[in-house]
Design a protein around this ligand. Structure first.
Ligand SMILES: Cc1ncc(COP(=O)(O)O)c(C=O)c1O
Length: 487
């Protein structure tokens, strides 16, 4: 990929400004590091502090076109978008902005049930009424895969006024949905398709990876560039691919969810990461894919371990799989992914991205799959397995499938902003939840704000926690109380 992709206009403008010895009598108050605490110097380095440059500086982001706009234009070209915006508050900001934009087109939307919490937050901010579509669940692994086109069609039929449909691909575990078929289902009903591709910013840059959401027909794509492509944490992008969303409205919704003081290091890292992906992405990904293929073979040969690989494609909802997630199936060890991840961290200093009852997931960045790093990971896992062998045998708990979701009695926004009270968990049956509850595994919200709490769901949550699962979302993490709508 070339056409100017080897340039970094915004990074260059920042560097030029910082190196010009500017008289700095504007924010930030450390003014290029002069006023920074010694510890901040240690943390960010003098170069980082000098490059921490505020918005609205001539030659950087003022004028039309300016280097900041040029950098976003290069990103749009690299990912094949009509327009791309840099985000300084992660893909979370992208999802919130997306919901606010959808609300301009109607009050309802269809949402894959296990969307990221930022979509739920966005629906609260925008006052949207969701109709949920269930992803396919792998009952053996206890993880959620993708949405089938049939499940999307069924949910859209239940929600004839949907202004958009929101799906997630790839998943945390690297499963990629059939986006062309999902787009076809949505478009044939006149509904735009949003893909939360937080985990797939790299897909565009290698022919052996599943196609990117934009290339597969999604209209709006949320991308967490920092996750695999490797910009600085918290930096992300949103790509508009078609005319099914109004560009000016998206622009306004992004401004609304963003600080008026965007961080130059975050935005500069997006410009540099785009260059890295466009110029070196294919080579870096080739190396990483090869190293991970070997690592998978080695892990599969370890007694008790297996990996998620192309066998994922056997699941009905999965059209592709992303090899940059190394998902280790630990069921054969008699232990849990949580425990193995904990031991690998404590005994070998190896930190994994995610663990559940059945799996432990290591993430590799676009250019970080070296044989040495794969060795470190595998050795860490082996250390954990040795420690487990020395432990006394304990029976592994069985996790039952979750009960159906409660009736939506209010929109998430009305519940979030409504009069609330805190009640004992044991007395919450029949009340309307004011906070979400998601049991892990598999992490699909059992309860969302506005849904009525059923006995079955409360019992399931209690059971899951007593079996070593955990629950996310409640203000009281001990779950002795719940926030519900006041009566
Ligand atoms: C599917 C999905 N969407 C959005 C996000 C939010 O991304 P960020 O952390 O960049 O805000 C995440 C984070 O893990 C995610 O998994």
């Amino acid at each position: 990929m070339s056409n100017g992709q080897d340039h970094t206009p915004y990074v260059d403008a920042l560097l030029e400004f910082a190196q010009s010895d500017p008289g700095r009598f504007n924010v930030p108050g450390h003014q290029g590091g002069i006023g920074a605490d010694d510890r901040l110097h240690l943390l960010a380095g003098q170069t980082g502090l000098a490059d921490d440059i505020p918005a609205l500086i001539e030659g950087i982001d003022v004028g039309d076109p300016n280097p900041f706009q040029e950098a976003q234009q290069l990103a749009a070209e690299a990912w094949g978008a009509k327009r791309t915006w840099f985000l300084i508050n992660g893909a979370s900001q992208g999802n919130q902005s997306m919901c606010l934009a959808v609300a301009h087109m109607g009050g309802e939307l269809v949402v894959q049930r296990n969307v990221h919490s930022s979509v739920i937050d966005g629906m609260i901010m925008a006052g949207l009424k969701p109709t949920f579509a269930s992803p396919e669940i792998d009952p053996d692994l206890g993880v959620a895969h993708c949405l089938t086109p049939e499940a999307l069609a069924e949910a859209l039929d239940r929600c004839p006024d949907a202004a958009a449909a929101v799906v997630v691909s790839p998943t945390y575990f690297g499963a990629c949905a059939d986006i062309p078929a999902l787009a076809e289902v949505a478009h044939s009903r006149g509904v735009p398709l949003v893909a939360d591709e937080a985990w797939g910013a790299h897909l565009k840059f290698h022919p052996d990876l599943p196609p990117s959401a934009i290339d597969s027909g999604a209209d709006l794509v949320i991308s967490s560039t920092h996750k695999i492509v490797g910009s600085l944490t918290q930096s992300a992008m949103i790509h508009l691919a078609t005319d099914r969303f109004d560009e000016a409205i998206i622009d306004r919704c992004i401004s609304m969810t963003e600080s008026t003081s965007p961080n130059s290091l975050l935005c500069g890292s997006l410009d540099a990461a785009r260059r890295q992906a466009a110029i070196n992405g294919e080579r870096l990904l080739t190396e990483t894919i090869e190293v991970l293929a070997e690592a998978r073979e080695e892990i599969k040969a370890i007694p008790g371990l297996d990996v998620l690989d192309e066998r994922l494609l056997e699941a009905e909802s999965v059209a592709g799989w992303d090899p940059l997630r190394l998902t280790i199936d630990v069921r054969g060890t008699g232990s849990t992914g949580y425990h193995i991840a904990e031991l690998a961290r404590d005994l070998a200093g190896v930190n994994l991205e995610l663990a559940s009852d059945t799996v432990a997931v290591a993430v590799f960045g676009m250019g970080t799959g070296t044989p040495q790093r794969a060795r470190r990971l595998i050795d860490g896992i082996l250390t954990a397995l040795e420690a487990i062998e020395a432990e006394p045998f304990s029976e592994k708990p069985e996790f039952a499938p979750p009960p159906p979701w409660g009736d939506p009695a209010m929109t998430p926004r009305d519940a979030f902003l409504g009069q609330q009270e805190v009640v004992p968990f044991s007395e919450a049956e029949g009340r309307i939840a004011a906070e979400p509850l998601a049991t892990y595994p598999p992490g699909i919200p059992n309860v969302l704000p506005g849904e009525r709490l059923t006995r079955e769901t409360l019992d399931y949550i209690t059971d899951s926690v007593s079996h070593g699962g955990y629950v996310r979302g409640a203000a009281d993490r001990e779950l002795t109380t719940l926030r519900v709508i006041a009566e």
